[in-house]
Design a protein around this ligand. Structure first.
Ligand SMILES: Nc1ncnc2c1ncn2[C@@H]1O[C@H](COP(=O)(O)OP(=O)(O)OP(=O)(O)O)[C@@H](O)[C@H]1O
Ligand SMILES: [Mg+2]
Length: 229
């Protein structure tokens, strides 16, 4: 069998309410993603990259058209089913980290595993491994407010990867990292992608990320204007 399709988007439009009218953030989107891709959604600020990741990951719904992620129709799912899809199968790296401020680094990374009800011993190993990959072992007891921007970003990456999800949706995951940390994280992602077939979809305009991508979906003004393989 060929690489299986895990995301399919057909004639999708996304609008947001704006004043008395509507703002169209995405339109005429037709895209598919196969398992094991390492793909970036690229384009200028405001072109719709984050919006597209959010819809793929069921954090938002399409206004028109059809989006199927891992067999589930986004927008038609109940809140509970959407949460279940995300908890089980999708790792998010948010542009603004979304770490829980009162939790320690360890607890932030452990959180997705608690949602999965993973047993404690297995959980501890997964959290410590993930923190070690990201060079955060000495920050385990710190809280996000005590970390630099780049350290917060690495915690967000560790949290997304800890459950080894089928799909990682990474929104500007290197925005606050220096070159060395960016390359380390990307190499780790390439390794996970190769060894475990984890699918990676990035939203980015960072050249450091772009050089690792195997496919680029170029957005402009909410439309796909090019696909580079
Ligand atoms: N909740 C919202 N309500 C209204 N407009 C929104 C909302 N979210 C996004 N938009 C608008 O949709 C457009 C696309 O936003 P989006 O965040 O997807 O862009 P982006 O490509 O990720 O940009 P950046 O590179 O700056 O992160 C922007 O014009 C933005 O203002
Ligand atoms: Mg964005």
């Amino acid at each position: 069998m060929q690489n299986s399709q895990i995301i399919s988007i057909k004639n999708m439009k996304k609008q947001f309410p704006m004043g008395k009218g509507k703002f169209t953030a995405l339109k005429n989107i037709d895209l598919t993603f196969d398992r094991g891709e390492f793909t970036g959604i690229v384009g200028p600020s405001g072109s719709g990259k984050t919006t597209l990741l959010n819809v793929i990951g069921s954090l938002d719904s399409p206004t028109e058209g059809k989006v199927i992620t891992l067999g589930e129709s986004i927008g038609a799912l109940s809140h509970k089913k959407a949460a279940n899809l995300r908890n089980k199968h999708i790792g998010f790296i948010f542009q603004t980290y979304n770490l829980l401020p009162v939790y320690t680094v360890y607890e932030n990374v452990e959180f997705p595993l608690l949602l999965l009800k993973m047993p404690a011993s297995k959980r501890k190993k997964a959290v410590l491994d993930s923190l070690e990959w990201l060079g955060l072992t000495d920050k385990i007891k710190s809280r996000p407010g005590q970390l630099s921007g780049g350290e917060c970003q690495r915690v967000a990456v560790a949290r997304a990867m800890v459950k080894i999800p089928e799909v990682v949706l990474a929104d500007e995951p290197t925005a606050n990292l220096d070159a060395e940390n960016s390359h380390n994280i990307l190499k780790m992602m390439v390794k996970l992608n190769k060894e475990l077939k984890t699918t990676f979809i990035f939203a980015t305009h960072d050249e450091k990320v772009i050089q690792y991508l195997r496919r680029q979906v170029v957005l402009k003004d909410g439309k796909v204007v090019n696909i580079k393989n």
